[in-house]
Design a protein around this ligand. Structure first.
Ligand code: DC
Length: 221
């Protein structure tokens, strides 16, 4: 038997930071599903495909080789880990990830990658669609302002020249699209443990996650 830990939640809630840390501490594989949607979006933008041309986008998703290695993301063999985090991609990724066929292709890939492994997987639909049978499901959230602040600081630290108001607006739009889309919207999965990280440090969130893991190990859940 393998163990699947699902971490879902809106943009900027701290999912990837926490998921990476938990995976490292447990010796599990970390799978960043958002990075896969971002990689496809990057290719769509590079090839100047209009976002209204769903067929072309689906074709790109079908033909592209998106590969995760640790915390790195490769698109057709090229390391795009940095480029997929740029605002141009963030602004468009929710449009690309609304297309059901794109989701189907990537969900299949995600299940394939995780098949025989113990994984910590972060995204929007992990506990609901990708691995509804996951032994542990977390839903991380935080206030919109706090999430925007974290994203803004992250981008500024990387040297990206952005305004806080723009980041806030982009997250708001993305929240809206991710939670209102027809296929696999962002919702709290059944049985998920909800953690509001607004006033918590990274260490405090990791501690809470481990308290839940211990309950499972002790057979309390
Ligand atoms: O986690 P992230 O911000 O890197 O995700 C980028 C976008 O990808 C997000 O706005 C919606 C989409 N996404 C999704 O639809 N399903 C997932 N499992 C992960 C991400």
């Amino acid at each position: 038997m393998t163990i699947k830990i699902a971490i879902d939640g809106p943009a900027g809630a701290g999912k990837s930071t926490i998921a990476k840390k938990v995976a490292r501490l447990l010796g599990f594989t970390y799978i960043d599903t958002g990075a896969m949607y971002r990689a496809i979006t990057l290719k769509v933008l590079r090839e100047n495909i209009p976002l209204s041309d769903k067929q072309k986008i689906i074709e790109i998703a079908r033909k592209s080789d998106v590969f995760l290695e640790g915390e790195k993301v490769f698109l057709d063999g090229e390391d795009v880990s940095e480029e997929i985090r740029k605002p141009a991609v963030s602004e468009k990724v929710s449009i690309v990830s609304q297309i059901p066929e794109v989701r189907k292709i990537l969900v299949n890939k995600q299940r394939e990658i995780a098949k025989d492994k113990n994984v910590v997987m972060d995204g929007r639909d992990i506990g609901t669609v990708v691995f509804p049978e996951a032994q542990l499901k977390f839903f991380l959230t935080a206030s919109l302002e706090e999430r925007a602040k974290r994203r803004y600081e992250e981008l500024r630290n990387k040297g990206t020249d952005v305004k806080y108001e723009k980041v806030l607006e982009e997250i708001k739009v993305r929240d809206d699209m991710d939670s209102k889309r027809k296929d696999s919207p962002l919702i709290i999965p059944e049985n998920a443990i909800v953690i509001d990280t607004t006033h918590l440090t990274e260490e405090e969130v990791v501690k809470k996650v481990f308290e839940e893991i211990k309950k499972i190990v002790r057979g309390e859940i």
